[in-house]
Design a protein around this ligand. Structure first.
Ligand code: C5P
Length: 350
């Protein structure tokens, strides 16, 4: 690409959601954050971020797709904070290139404050997209990028690394794991319309809303070990029951949002499969061997919601969606990553 083209063509990235298959809290760090042991995977459902050099000065952000929720002012959005942090890191490093202001367009497709990592994924995508837009992709080693990422949020290093991973520390230690062999498993996501703050859930956990120590850790270690050794997709899906109960934050989330408890039970009765919670919630997940099976379940859940058979109070109706877990390897077309490059059309659409 020539320099002149680079300046007018937006850089477009898909920022995938994540799912915590396990989430064990193994202690409290000196910095106050909780130390985790969590197996996390990327999902096909993704936000879309487009960055282009701005003609006016100052980075700008326009968000669509999140009109029904309060996502806070743009200045506090992780996309603008990620661009600012990346620019500061470039300057510190003496990167000898113009770093023009950027106009960002973010299309939200991942529910907000849902335990799916949308904001963190947007931030990881913004780091690499900004470097790309400025033409300085090679300016940083992976470790430097990871440090920019971890300062932005606990889940950002996972998204920057891309792919299946064991995540430890507060989220900054990311060990890649091989995805299972075979067809990509799918998940049904059900996100009640109750915003749940991660900070509030961790505070509730610290205040005593927690299971006995080690409850989720054995399962989390076992799953990480099995994946590292190589696992088939069929065997992985068979493990759903173990993963669904391996979340040490579930009782803290229930304390913050009590309506989730009967809703989760009712969802389990309806789909007759194990129901897990992603991260600090409130998103609930159900694992399926195929996209067709997950889509069929989504139809059943939507019908039950419409008929009033799956009651839940909330500011919005629940978000229900079937999506695949990304099992592509780096370099493949379904690669997970710090924002998968998206095909670019002249108007910046995909
Ligand atoms: O890093 P992030 O913005 O996702 O975290 C939100 C809040 O959740 C933190 O301010 C902290 O209170 C809590 N947290 C924690 N331990 C973690 C991650 C988050 O205590 N590993």
């Amino acid at each position: 690409m020539t320099d002149s083209l680079r300046r007018v063509t937006p850089v477009v990235r898909l920022a995938p959601a994540k799912l915590n298959l396990t989430l064990a809290i193994v202690g409290r760090q000196e910095d106050g954050f909780h130390a985790l042991h969590s197996v996390i995977v990327p999902l096909e459902i993704a936000d879309r971020l487009a960055l282009a050099p701005a003609f006016a000065s100052g980075d700008r952000l326009h968000v669509t797709g999140a009109e029904t929720v309060d996502i806070g002012p743009p200045a506090r959005n992780l996309v603008l904070r990620a661009i600012a942090a990346t620019r500061a890191a470039c300057r510190e490093r003496g990167v000898d290139a113009a770093l023009p202001s950027l106009a960002a367009r973010l299309e939200k497709r991942i529910p907000v404050a849902a335990g799916l990592g949308g904001g963190s994924s947007d931030a990881a995508a913004a780091i690499t997209a900004a470097l790309d837009a400025w033409g300085v992709e090679g300016a940083f080693a992976a470790a430097d990028l990871a440090s920019i990422a971890s300062n932005l949020g606990s889940d950002v290093p996972f998204f920057l690394a891309g792919g299946w991973a064991l995540v430890e520390g507060r989220g900054e230690r990311v060990t890649s794991l091989p995805a299972p062999r075979g067809p990509a498993p799918a998940v049904l996501l059900v996100t009640p319309g109750i915003g749940v703050s991660t900070a509030a859930v961790f505070a509730s956990f610290a205040g005593g809303a927690r299971p006995g120590p080690g409850a989720a850790l054995a399962s989390s270690r076992h799953l990480a070990g099995e994946l590292a050794a190589g696992m088939t997709a069929a065997r992985f899906v068979e493990r759903a029951g173990i993963m669904a109960v391996a979340n040490d934050l579930a009782s803290a989330t229930a304390a913050v949002a009590p309506a989730l408890v009967p809703f989760r039970r009712a969802l389990g009765r309806l789909v007759r499969r194990p129901v897990g919670q992603s991260g600090s919630g409130p998103t609930l997940w159900v694992l399926y061997p195929s996209m067709a099976a997950a889509e069929a379940a989504a139809v059943v859940v939507r019908a039950a919601l419409a008929a009033g058979d799956l009651p839940i109070s909330g500011e919005r109706p629940p978000f229900v969606c079937a999506t695949r877990i990304i099992v592509g390897h780096p370099g493949s077309s379904s690669e997970a990553g710090p924002g998968r490059p998206a095909e670019i059309t002249p108007d910046g659409g995909t």
